[in-house]
Design a protein around this ligand. Sequence first.
Ligand code: 3PG
Length: 210
Amino acid sequence: GSGSVLERLGRARVVPVVVVDDAEQGLGVAEALEGGGLPVAEVTFRTSGARDAIEAITADHPGMLVGAGTVVNPRQVDEAVAAGASFLVSPGLSESVVRAAREAGVPILPGVATASDIMAALELGVTTVKLFPAGVVGGPGAIKALSAPFGQVTFVPTGGVTAANLPDYLALSSVLAVGGSWMVDKELVVAGDFAEITRRTAQAVAIATG
Ligand code: 3PG
């Protein structure tokens, strides 16, 4: 694809959050997401297999935009980038993680939940942030309220996003994209129900391109 990674995320509008145990599951999910018309995946560093999954997906699906999620320390930044991740997502804001990502030359979406978090992100030169957990900290209403003092900030709300509330988030001009696991429910992955992942993904794409 063309354009910067953030531009590509902004065109995709939806970032599937993926939890897989190994490369095989990762490849199944990647195929299901592509089949649903969304060649994007945030593979979370919540499992020991995340690194292998990122390596396998980037090797077999070169057109796919693959990032690493739940990156919480600089060591994971280096692991994710070595595996081929082209963007990084963190649940919170860590200066050492942001600096490591910058040194690696890979964009990072640090997590923020408050105005103070956003101010800390801005001090580090970050203007695109993950709002997490979006549903718990106020959903679209929180983004509207935070956009008043922070008009230069764009958000990737994640946490509690579903097909039902997706339009409310995407309607906000300060929302670059949303993140969420609802398309790639872990139970579907374990059961090997990739058809349902594709169905949910296609539904999300239809809503997002509405
Ligand atoms: C994340 O890591 O961003 C969250 O687990 C995603 O939240 P969700 O499961 O509510 O979509």
